[in-house]
Design a protein around this ligand. Structure first.
Ligand SMILES: [Zn+2]
Length: 84
């Protein structure tokens, strides 16, 4: 095992974090669209945007669960050392 800060980094966790981050950004974008459409009522695109926001929220949820499951199984939390 190599000692030092780099050995503690987990590339899989970093990848999952990036996916979670991207999913949250996409969800935020949809919610903002929805928020803007709410100002114009009734709006024909509201229903579709609502559905897209709901899908984006589900992607966030899946990403979060994957990240949480990985950290629990791999034990690669920042304060712990990576397994050999
Ligand atoms: Zn890991």
């Amino acid at each position: 095992m190599i000692h030092g800060k780099r050995s503690m980094e987990c590339t899989e966790k970093r990848k999952l974090f990036k996916e979670y981050d991207d999913a949250v950004q996409a969800y935020l974008k949809r919610v903002r669209e929805l928020s803007d459409l709410t100002k114009i009522s009734p709006h024909p695109e509201w229903e579709l945007t609502w559905q897209l926001a709901d899908e984006a929220r589900k992607v966030c949820d899946i990403s979060y669960k994957q990240l949480k499951a990985h950290v629990a199984q791999h034990r690669c939390r920042p304060h712990e050392t990576a397994p050999d």
